[in-house]
Design a protein around this ligand. Structure first.
Ligand code: AMP
Length: 170
């Protein structure tokens, strides 16, 4: 299936100069959604994944479906102040300023084997920050899976050799 036909480019969203990769055409097409979730999970079926961690908010859409396919649990990684229990935080640098992600401090243990999911890998700052949260918990991060990779931004290089599986590359 050619998933690129389900991605809509939206120029200058959310700010001038950004070409936003809109996944909503993919989400509303039953055959494309099913294909995407199965393709994200496929390389990890035999990797004994115990938890799928996903990044707010579009990562959640795919993450819980992949968790179910792999027989794993789901762990949310969220923007600051959203998670109700005690959290650990990782701050990361954006083009202008900083942002942060949080995870519940009891979400993962050193027995866990974790697959990290997001919709888009761009500069890799978000995925790298989420990877740190997973690894600091003592869990084994077996890979990162994204629907879209903007390879010209070299996001993979921030992930220090963690296997990256992306379905669509620009
Ligand atoms: P980055 O930290 O630069 O890898 O950015 C990744 C995060 O920003 C992901 O959670 C994406 O949802 C979002 N993102 C970055 N660039 C785009 C883009 N061109 N289109 C859609 N989402 C994007």
């Amino acid at each position: 299936m050619d998933l690129k036909t389900y991605i809509r480019d939206v120029p200058d969203f959310p700010k001038p100069g950004i070409i936003f990769k809109d996944i909503t055409p993919l989400l509303r097409a039953p055959e494309a959604l099913k294909f995407t979730v199965e393709a994200l999970a496929e390389p990890f079926r035999k990797k004994k994944v115990t938890r799928v961690a996903a990044i707010e908010s579009r990562g959640f859409i795919f993450g819980s479906c992949v968790a179910q396919l792999l027989g794993a649990g789901f762990v949310p990684i969220r923007k600051p102040g959203k998670l109700p229990w005690t959290t650990r935080r990782n701050e990361y640098v954006l083009e202008y300023g900083t942002d942060a992600l949080e995870i519940h401090d009891d979400a993962l243990t050193n027995d866990d084997r974790v697959l990290l999911i997001d919709d888009v890998l761009a500069t890799g700052g978000t995925a790298a920050a989420a990877s740190c949260l997973v690894q600091e918990s003592g869990a084994d991060l077996v890979g990162v899976a994204t629907v879209i990779e903007l390879s010209f931004l070299n996001g993979r290089t921030k992930l220090n050799g963690i296997p990256v599986h992306s379905l669509i590359t620009y």
